[in-house]
Design a protein around this ligand. Structure first.
Ligand code: GLN
Length: 487
């Protein structure tokens, strides 16, 4: 058996119920690791030691009373985009660096009710805008596999925390790839559910028609456990879907015989690292050996995902971020001369460069005279991309390809060229534009750095994705590898 800190949520849950370890002991263990590696990784914005130990003590009472669920007493972390009552919720921004949330996001509330112990809030790109975690007001996160490299973004803190086993699982959000891309670059499992599956209430908005909360974990089984607790209808989010969540855990073991996998032709382009391509091909053969059948599928409009996203997402962000004006909450500039000066200086000082860039692009594409040429056209292309996916799902059950074109790059390598940075999400954005569930699972290493395999399914097919991922992970151990520095 591996060290306690390297165990999955499912394994820790068993230990807790068997009474071989208490939640307070586990929480102390993970808090100690989090504190020990904070200066190296910078994976956390807030470490909540006192409240975590209180939650753990309550979890131990539930465990003793026999009223515990599968997550009771298990330490986790939340991306700092989810509002947590009584605690700082910064969204990686100076704008909210002093914001103490008066309420819990639905995701936080549900995991709290399930008895999970929150040990802290993870670092992230400012307002979830980024692919490298270099846009955080709180400094960059480092990749546990190579401290000179980025962990991916924007959920880079959560991905690094799970990869280094500072927590066994963490929440994240994915607007254009921010769960899957860092999961791939850090060698962990990530799931972005169908748009509407997980409530966005209390999840600070970036691009509301794309944002979706999800999970970063060691394996698919743990992702299923957390997602089952988070997902489901919430009347406080008007885009939350009123559909029952199937028992995600119950179908993990289903055989893969006859499952039709579509290999996404457009993802195997000249930009894809040959080493990653090799890992995907090997991964595919593991699924074929279990009876899955593979055929190539083409989605001709998919290459338009990046330009489409970089019109739609900034447009929505420019509208969403208008609320940060120094009047109601968050940062306020010193001694404003008048109201206009208050707005201008608060926003100039409170937002970082990437956020300002997006607000400007968004305002531009929505302005009279440009709306039709940019925003409306992007919405039309978005519909074409969705239709491509729909057609593909008449032929196959799931689509498969790489998560990212390359493995983790050096810190600073792409910060001077935003477009190069945006191209990291070339394989992930399509699923967001179409609102589809998608996963990234570890599928090998290229020069010592993790590679991720992506699965994309039809709407509300989370159970099938988790099933395929779980069957794959029973045959492989990529997801169990740990960077030696953290063992
Ligand atoms: N990297 C993309 C962006 O910068 C996606 C971010 C996300 O999914 N939150 O917008």
């Amino acid at each position: 058996m591996s060290e306690l800190y390297a165990r999955t949520v499912a394994e820790l849950s068993q230990e807790l119920r068997a009474g071989s370890v208490s939640s307070v002991e586990l929480t102390r263990l993970f808090l100690a690791r989090t504190q020990q590696y904070q200066s190296e990784l910078n994976a956390f914005i807030t470490i909540s030691a006192d409240s975590a130990l209180e939650q753990a003590a309550r979890a131990d009472e539930r465990l003793r009373a026999g009223t515990a669920g599968p997550l009771t007493g298990v330490p986790i972390a939340h991306k700092d985009i989810f509002c947590t009552r009584g605690e700082k919720t910064s969204c990686g921004s100076r704008m909210l660096a002093n914001f103490i949330s008066p309420y819990d996001a639905t995701v936080v509330e549900r995991l709290r009710a399930a008895g999970a112990v929150m040990i802290g809030k993870t670092n992230m790109d400012e307002f979830a805008m980024g692919s490298s975690n270099e846009n955080s007001f709180f400094g960059p996160v480092r990749n546990p596999w190579d401290l000179t490299r980025v962990p991916g973004g924007s959920s880079g803190g959560s991905a690094a925390a799970v990869a280094a086993r500072l927590v066994p699982a963490a929440t994240g959000t994915d607007t254009g790839g921010s769960i899957r891309q860092p999961a791939a670059l850090c060698g962990v499992t990530g799931i972005k559910p169908t748009y509407g599956r997980v409530s966005r209430y209390g999840m600070i908005a970036f691009a509301s028609s794309l944002d979706q909360g999800g999970v970063l974990a060691i394996d698919a089984e743990d992702a299923a456990l957390l997602l089952a607790a988070m997902a489901g209808f919430d009347q406080r989010d008007s885009t939350s879907v009123e559909l029952p969540v199937p028992p995600l855990h119950a179908t993990l073991e289903q055989p893969l015989k006859g499952v039709k996998i579509g290999l996404l032709k457009e993802f195997f382009d000249e930009g894809l690292d040959r080493g990653i391509e090799q890992c995907i091909q090997t991964g595919l053969s593991v699924l074929q050996a279990q009876g899955a059948v593979v055929r190539e599928v083409s989605l001709p409009n998919l290459p338009l995902s990046v330009p489409t996203y970089y019109v739609v997402a900034p447009a929505e962000c420019s509208s969403n971020l208008a609320r940060f004006d120094g009047v109601r909450y968050g940062y306020r500039c010193e001694q404003p001369l008048d109201l206009l000066d208050l707005y201008q200086r608060t926003r100039s000082e409170g937002f970082g460069a990437e956020v300002k860039r997006r607000i400007m692009v968004g305002t531009y594409v929505l302005s009279a005279g440009y709306y039709d040429a940019y925003y409306l056209r992007a919405q039309r292309v978005r519909a074409l991309i969705s239709a491509d996916f729909e057609r593909a799902f008449h032929e196959v059950d799931v689509l498969l390809g790489p998560t990212t074109p390359t493995t983790a790059f050096e810190l600073g390598a792409k910060t001077s060229d935003p477009v190069t940075m945006y191209l990291n999400d070339i394989y992930t954005i399509g699923a967001n534009l179409a609102g589809l569930p998608a996963m990234s699972i570890p599928c090998g290493f290229v020069d010592g750095l993790p590679a991720g395999m992506q699965l994309i399914g039809p709407h509300f097919s989370e159970a099938s994705l988790l099933n395929i991922a779980h069957r794959y992970q029973r045959e492989t151990d990529w997801h169990l590898r740990l960077p030696s520095r953290f063992t």
